[in-house]
Design a protein around this ligand. Structure first.
Ligand SMILES: Cc1cc2nc3c(=O)[nH]c(=O)nc-3n(C[C@H](O)[C@H](O)[C@H](O)COP(=O)(O)OP(=O)(O)OC[C@H]3O[C@@H](n4cnc5c(N)ncnc54)[C@H](O)[C@@H]3O)c2cc1C
Ligand code: SF4
Ligand code: SF4
Ligand code: SF4
Ligand code: FES
Length: 688
């Protein structure tokens, strides 16, 4: 027989005897995923990703190794086949050891491409850094001042002498670019003619506008306040976030074409029905504007912290006298007490019902407040507030920590008979905010326990064409999460406007190494010198106590130029071409489905051209074949069996001797980042 005839996914194809099913499928243009297969080499059939179903045969067969036969009927993409591939991928990835992308990047809710912008700063290409920072992150200079640095908690450098100063570097990048004659303005796609109404010009609304405008849509922001910025303006004081910085960042959104209709309140000046009628989509980003009271008799005598802060912003600071008590332990409490100091109060006390460890604000905020003279009393809760002899008297009770509550923190429990009284000219309640969106103005919209109910994948509400994000959905949270929500909402709204299915912003599968053991840390930090984290210069104390001038002054250029050198450039140099990651993403793989023992992190950088990371090896054998084909004297081979099996160089020779002429080809055929070129942009390059 000169040719064989077979049917693949219902299509007939003819191939020469000896051809594999994979080759026959390719002839039809049908793509079957492969990992261990290398064109021209004998099949190793070790990965099973190319599995297909042959009618009449039990189980599935590897198409790269299975010869085609006359009359075969094959399914390459049935549910059974896809499920088998997914399981094979989950098994392969279950013990994979590496960081696909820098852990800092996955730590930033807005997914700022940290390693790439840091490279820009490190190489002195501040414009390139500014482009990344401005495109990825709305309000990079503002977040560069107030973000609690979620990214830095994940920085690998934490295991050495302290995280890289990522937040201060993106602040520096954005501040420097803003001062250039032509600051970077993101490019816009062609105008689509579609218009989106965004209610709320806080971080969530501004971020949505930023990303919608870039996609060519129109964005009109409605806000009840006379100025944009939400809690960044009316909550966070100017000594942490100067208004000219916020104004300039809002100016960028205006320059992109964003229209701001200020002093316009949904439910008062405009209705949801009107917005749904007049615009192609609506985003509700109204924040959590309501204040919680002290929760005790007389709570109406206390001033809500957000009202206090807003009055200062409006230039009408309330008279607070000499003694001020602030109840609470979050950012709002810290901002309120530091404002009280600046308004001249001599005796500023913060009462918090848990201990310092449980305080939800940044450590540095507590330290700054204490440096400025604020006294913080822990394990104290208010019981009653009353006015006596022209002064406020707060009855308090001592607390102790009991079992953890729903938030995971140990719940404060009153100590019987421990009541005591404190006097103050003013008591400020900084207990927390809540979503107080007027439900009457929301029509049929569904609500959750925290705020507006949405599909978390897309931020779509139950009303067609209406999306919601930021604090309005989560309850009081963080500015960077609101910015991330705005970005996600823009992606979903864009899909909605184009008539596509709304799927949000699915991400590629990322394997993360997690916490390293001591041996692995020694391996990671081999050849890396200790270098302390750059300190932030501060305004002198005498000015801090008397003015609302910015306290953290920002990195001077020489410091900003040195700090990026501490970055390890984490992330895999082959994250984009890696086929294991691409298929894992395509097949919706859960990298932790088979959670078990992981390989150890190790890295061999001794070869002049390549880096070998055995933890990323899937034992496909392609490098062995390449070395044999190249006639290498030493080559590489499998060693051991089962979980402990690995690729090694025989006789403990160095990798440079094993792959003398075939290293680059091995990096090419290796389907993962186990063998990669030193020029591929990972840490290994810096070590070379
Ligand atoms: C005092 C304080 C300090 C904080 N400190 C920090 C910090 O250090 N770091 C940090 O990350 N986060 C901090 N936060 C939290 C952060 O500010 C918020 O998480 C963030 O601003 C939420 O953004 P948003 O856009 O969802 O809502 P918001 O910022 O609240 O913006 C909502 C906007 O909607 C408008 N709006 C509301 N209702 C209507 C309506 N009916 N019609 C029209 N407009 C309406 C409001 O005027 C407002 O401008 C702080 C918050 C406060 C209060
Ligand atoms: S916005 Fe916050 S989490 Fe994101 S990179 Fe900046 S400091 Fe890190
Ligand atoms: S060392 Fe650099 S790349 Fe690695 S986690 Fe830290 S900031 Fe990110
Ligand atoms: S190192 Fe060799 S055996 Fe391991 S995945 Fe890469 S090519 Fe395959
Ligand atoms: S078994 Fe066919 S590509 Fe791996």
């Amino acid at each position: 027989m000169s040719t064989l005839s077979l049917t693949i996914d219902g299509q007939k194809v003819e191939v020469a005897p000896g051809a594999t099913i994979l080759a026959a499928a390719r002839k039809l243009g049908i793509v079957i995923p492969t990992l261990c297969h290398v064109e021209g080499f004998a099949p190793s059939a070790s990965c099973f990703i190319c599995a297909v179903k042959i009618e009449g045969r039990p189980g599935l067969s590897p198409s790269c190794a299975m010869p085609a036969a006359e009359g075969m009927k094959i399914a390459t993409n049935s549910e059974e086949v896809r499920a088998a591939r997914k399981t094979a991928l989950e098994l392969l990835i279950s013990d994979h050891t590496g960081d696909c992308v820098g852990p800092c990047k996955t730590g930033c809710p807005a997914r700022l491409n940290i390693p790439n912008f840091i490279t820009g700063v490190a190489t002195g290409d501040l414009r390139a850094a500014a482009e990344i920072v401005t495109d990825d992150l709305t309000l990079p200079a503002s977040l560069g001042r107030v973000c609690p640095r979620l990214c830095e908690e994940r920085c690998r450098r934490c295991d050495m002498e302290g995280a890289l100063s990522i937040r201060n570097l993106h602040r520096f990048t954005a501040d420097t670019d803003r001062k250039t004659p032509a600051p970077y303005l993101p490019k816009k796609e062609k105008a689509t003619g579609k218009r989106v109404a965004i209610v709320g010009a806080g971080p969530a609304g501004l971020a949505a506008a930023h990303h919608l405008l870039r996609r060519g849509h129109g964005a009109v922001l409605f806000d009840a306040h006379p100025q944009p910025g939400g809690m960044l303006r009316y909550g966070i004081p100017s000594f942490r976030l100067p208004r000219h910085v916020l104004d300039a960042e809002v100016g960028m959104i205006r320059a992109l074409g964003g229209e701001l209709r200020l002093g316009r309140k949904l439910g008062r000046d405009v209705s949801l029905e009107e917005l749904r009628r007049d615009f192609d989509a609506v985003l509700l980003a109204v924040g959590a504007q309501g204040s919680r009271g002290l929760g005790c008799p007389g709570e109406e005598l206390a001033m809500p912290a957000v009202d206090f802060l807003e009055k200062i912003e409006d230039g009408q600071p309330p008279a607070i006298g000499n003694d001020a008590i602030i109840v609470g332990g979050g950012n709002t409490a810290m901002d309120a007490c530091r404002c009280a100091v600046r308004l001249g109060a001599k005796n500023v006390r913060v009462l918090y019902r848990r201990t310092r460890r449980e305080m939800p604000c940044l450590r540095e905020e507590v330290e700054a407040a204490e440096e400025e003279g604020v006294k913080i009393e822990y394990l104290v809760a208010p019981v009653k507030l009353e006015r006596k002899n022209g002064k406020l008297t707060l009855t308090c009770q001592r607390m102790e920590l009991g079992a953890p509550d729903a938030s995971g923190r140990r719940a404060p429990v009153p100590v019987a008979g421990s009541e005591f009284e404190v006097e103050a000219a003013c008591v400020i309640a900084a207990i927390g905010q809540m979503v107080n969106f007027d439900k009457k103005s929301a029509g049929e919209m569904a609500f959750s326990k925290w705020g507006i109910a949405v599909d978390p994948r897309t931020l779509a509400t139950n009303l067609p064409g209406v999306f919601a994000g930021g604090d309005a959905v989560t309850g009081p949270d963080l500015a960077v999460r609101a910015v991330a929500d705005g970005k996600l909402a823009a992606a979903s709204i864009d899909q909605h406007l184009k008539g596509e299915s709304v799927i949000g912003a699915p991400e590629a599968v990322n394997v993360l190494m997690g916490k390293l053991n001591e041996e692995e840390m020694a391996e990671l930090f081999r050849d890396i010198e200790q270098a302390p984290r750059a300190p932030m210069p501060h305004l002198p104390m005498e000015k801090r106590l008397a003015t609302f001038e910015e306290v953290e002054l920002g990195f001077p250029p020489d410091v900003a130029a040195l700090e990026p050198n501490r970055c390890l450039g984490c992330g895999c140099g082959k994250a984009i071409p890696c086929r294991l990651r691409a298929y894992a993403t395509e097949y919706g793989v859960d990298p932790n489905r088979f959670d078990g023992e992981k390989r150890h992190f190790a890295r061999d950088t001794t070869h002049p051209d390549i880096i070998f990371e055995p933890g990323k090896c899937i034992m496909c054998g392609a490098c062995i074949q390449v070395a044999i084909a190249a006639g290498e004297d030493v080559g590489v081979s499998f060693f051991g069996r089962g979980f402990g099996a690995r690729i090694t160089v025989p006789f403990d020779k160095p990798m440079a001797e094993a792959l003398k002429t075939s290293a680059k080809r091995a990096a090419e055929v290796c389907p993962t980042g186990a063998i990669m070129l030193k020029t591929s942009g990972c840490i290994g390059c810096r070590l070379a």
